[in-house]
Design a protein around this ligand. Structure first.
Ligand SMILES: N[C@@H](CCC(=O)N[C@@H](CS)C(=O)NCC(=O)O)C(=O)O
Length: 402
């Protein structure tokens, strides 16, 4: 991929030095040619060697750009069609989960597999923590490998941070990666090895890999094992409201940011970004008078919204081109996010370094250079810990602290 790196420099910063006949970088004059010696990485890569043989020490920029653009466009289309399936208009279409929850598992040991960058997996970590199910449902935390698969490995130095979750080994099957874990099930499995995934330890079977089903189960199907059975994030009287918000938030916000980032045509992007920001405006308005989405108490709908919001300025605003506004520009949404972040045990589930690495380093087709931007200071723990002043919007203390 080194052949595309020169395109990241604007041609007006590439200047030819007459003495040495080499290109130097600086905001001075526009040079006619880009020197291959100055390209990064190493000039010994095969593409550089071949172009040197064909054109000598420098290459006409017009030719370089048009060749690389054609090659990159076809490679990008190919990669995107495999990584982010789309319809004929370029709209990203998320594949359905292969293992929806069939029946509530009873009397069996469960194990949860997650990855920290993933917003869908993050939902399950939050509900597990709020319900006090950490002992009943142990977790193995995978990290993204170079090829985008989920791997189990200790990340050097990460053990030092005791306040947040960190990736590690597979604590139940001892597998090297998640694909291997899915393969342990009877009959094997060759589809997408996605997180979150709930595993039946005794039957060695996938119980479910659909996040909403998993949080539903953790909330209400395991109260016998929960240290906080009194907390109900889906009370019967709020079910209809929760469902109403989910119908807005899932397509436009949770999946909406992916529809922006993975759009493969301008039209697809425009439609996704308009849907996303209309929903954000609507939610921000609503939260001006309501502490949580469905009133005074936190529900599953809030958990689902939170895991997208916490990634918004860190990742989606930049990498997925969700640029109309930053989250910090929405006063109600931002304070609401801080309110949820400050609920005991929630901050521990948010590993910002893992989130940023997971997106910027691994979503290669969207960020070929792999450079991770600096973390916005407003998204750091210190800023998120500032007062949210939303207590007066509700009269109930939702949390039976565990
Ligand atoms: N609908 C699923 C989506 C899960 C999902 O897409 N997970 C991604 C990480 S954010 C994944 O593991 N992808 C791996 C793959 O597709 O191979 C859910 O809500 O659980």
């Amino acid at each position: 991929m080194s052949c595309i790196s020169p395109l990241t420099l604007s041609s007006q910063f590439l200047v030819s030095s007459p003495k040495k006949n080499r290109t130097i970088v600086g905001p001075c004059r526009v040079g006619p040619r880009m020197s291959l010696d100055q390209q990064r990485p190493s000039s010994s890569n095969p593409v550089t060697v071949l172009t040197k043989l064909l054109w000598g020490p420098s290459l006409p920029p017009g030719l370089l750009i048009s060749t690389v653009r054609t090659a990159w466009n076809s490679t990008w289309q190919l990669m995107m069609s495999q990584l982010a399936p789309s319809d004929s208009s370029g709209n990203y279409t998320r594949p359905a989960s292969k293992f929806p929850l069939q029946n509530n598992p009873t009397g069996t040991k469960l194990h949860l597999y997650v990855g920290l960058p993933c917003p869908w997996a993050h939902r399950t970590l939050i509900v597990r923590a709020l319900k006090g199910l950490e002992d009943a449902v142990p977790v193995s935390i995978a990290s993204p490998g170079e090829d985008g698969s989920w791997e189990f490995k200790e990340i050097p130095n990460s053990r030092r941070d005791k306040d947040i979750v960190v990736p590690g080994r597979d604590g139940v099957n001892g597998c090297k990666n998640l694909k291997e874990v899915y393969g342990v099930r009877k009959g094997g499995y060759s589809g997408r090895a996605s997180v979150p995934m709930l595993w039946d330890v005794e039957k060695k079977e996938v119980v479910c890999n659909e996040s909403y089903d998993i949080i539903h189960l953790l909330n209400s199907g395991m109260n016998g094992l929960s240290r906080n059975p009194g907390l109900d994030l889906e009370p019967p009287e709020l079910k209809a409201k929760i469902e109403e918000w989910n119908q807005i938030i899932y397509p436009n916000v949770n999946n909406g940011v992916y529809r922006c980032g993975f759009a493969q045509s301008q039209e697809a992007y425009d439609s996704a970004v308009n849907g996303l920001f209309s929903a954000m405006e609507k939610i921000d308005d609503h939260l001006g008078a309501s502490r949580y989405l469905c009133g005074d108490t936190l529900t599953l709908a809030d958990v689902c919204l939170f895991t997208t919001l916490i990634r918004f300025d860190l990742v989606y605003n930049v990498l997925f081109k969700c640029t109309k506004k930053k989250l910090i520009e929405y006063p109600n949404l931002h304070a609401y996010m801080r309110d949820i972040y400050q609920i005991p045990k929630v901050a521990e589930t948010c590993n910002f370094t893992a989130i940023m690495d997971g997106y910027y380093k691994i979503l290669f087709p969207l960020n070929p250079g792999g450079i991770r931007p600096v973390m916005p200071s407003a998204s750091a723990h210190e800023s998120l810990s500032k007062p949210h002043n939303r207590e007066s919007l509700s009269s109930v203390d939702t949390f039976l602290h565990v």
